[in-house]
Design a binder for this molecule. Sequence first.
Ligand code: PFF
Length: 455
Amino acid sequence: MADIPTTPRGNWDSKLGFILAAAGSAVGLGNIWRFPTEAASNGGAAFLLIYLACCFLIGFPVMIAEMSIGRSSKKNPVGAFRSLSTNKFFPLVGIWGVLCGVMILSFYTVIAGWTFSHVFVEIFVYAEMFEVASFLADFENGYVNAVFAILFMACTIGIIRGGVSNGIERATKLMMPMLLIILVIMTVYVLFQPGAGEGIEIYLYPDFSMIDMELILAAMGQAFFSLSLGMGAIITYGSYLGKKENIAEAAGFVTLADVGIAFLAGLLILPTIYMAQAEGVQIFDAEGNFLAGPALIFQLLPELFAQMGGITGLLFGVLFFSLLSIAALTSTISLLEVPVSYVIDEHKIKRKSAALYVGLGILVISLIISFNTALIDTIDFTFSVIGLPLGGLLICIFLGYVWKTENAIEEIKHGYENVKDTFFAKAWTVFVKFVCPLIILIILIQTIYNNYFSS
Ligand code: PFF
């Protein structure tokens, strides 16, 4: 009997392409929107410190784990767990990852749509067409939300249909440098403006009394979300990686790029917030709480751009929201690639159709969210705050106790020949088997307790 033709899997064209794609997945709304907001509402530098610790001590080892599972199996998250062991439970972890990807993408697309619509809002404000601007800026308007979510999903599907090297790699190679340039220009400008000093101080001088369990929970959730860990996105990207590449080094670059961009975004946003206050913009709500969530980026910053006025305000407004849209797009493509690679591998469907149908299916959920934006918090809490660390915990258990770290080290050896006897290998083994699962478990139990059982 002739073999059933299988769809060939893609490959990255170059190591840089892989690193940029994985960094593109990691760098997103999580860095430029969520991180500065979390930092601002959680004591600035205190949050930054704990966040850095979470990224390097938990995120980095888990990222190496995901990359080695992906490259060794050459499969999507479900197929990866299935092919590396006979254990019947772990493919379910892969399915959980795919589900997290689907649900996170469904609300992420709506928020990404807002960032895109604000590019136009800024233009209409400049043209003094205030009615059109406020029509487009109204998040309560489900139709506007839906139109921009559709546009954003169309771009995401288009890139994923192009494939691994022709779609994802090409797009991220173009977008990541653009993102970095815009971010650096804006940060340098803001740092030299009057009023920026207070923001920098709050961001860089830690007040250790601010560190409590709640802050640690927030920092760890943020680290998982920001590094795209716990749902198999990095397993999937790792599955397209060639054997000659050094996984530990690649994971190091991606972690550094993600943390570096989050740090830069903090340097941009925190001073901006305090500059805005110096200009008379309200940064606390009626109860004296810090403006957080969408209000911070989509309300406060446009007010600042408007006050800058003229062509400077327009330029900064358009640049800033383009920056957010680019960052979001390099992340939505990785979110869509997870379920698409699952459908391609496991159901032998061609990439172009898989991307289209899976993308449209997720868009249906995005449209429901467009008309019910209150759903975002619940979905975010379930699938990112709980879902990703839970996935990360199970990935560590799989690697440490089912597939075994020795096999992972054998995989890492390709591209890092003498890894076995290094301090890195020993430390990583201890982290994946003991430190990471224990810390994640404690923090997860606390999160669940705080949310469901404490009064
Ligand atoms: N890391 C992305 C961000 O910081 O916005 C979000 C994300 C992308 C989470 C991909 C999870 C994922 F698999």
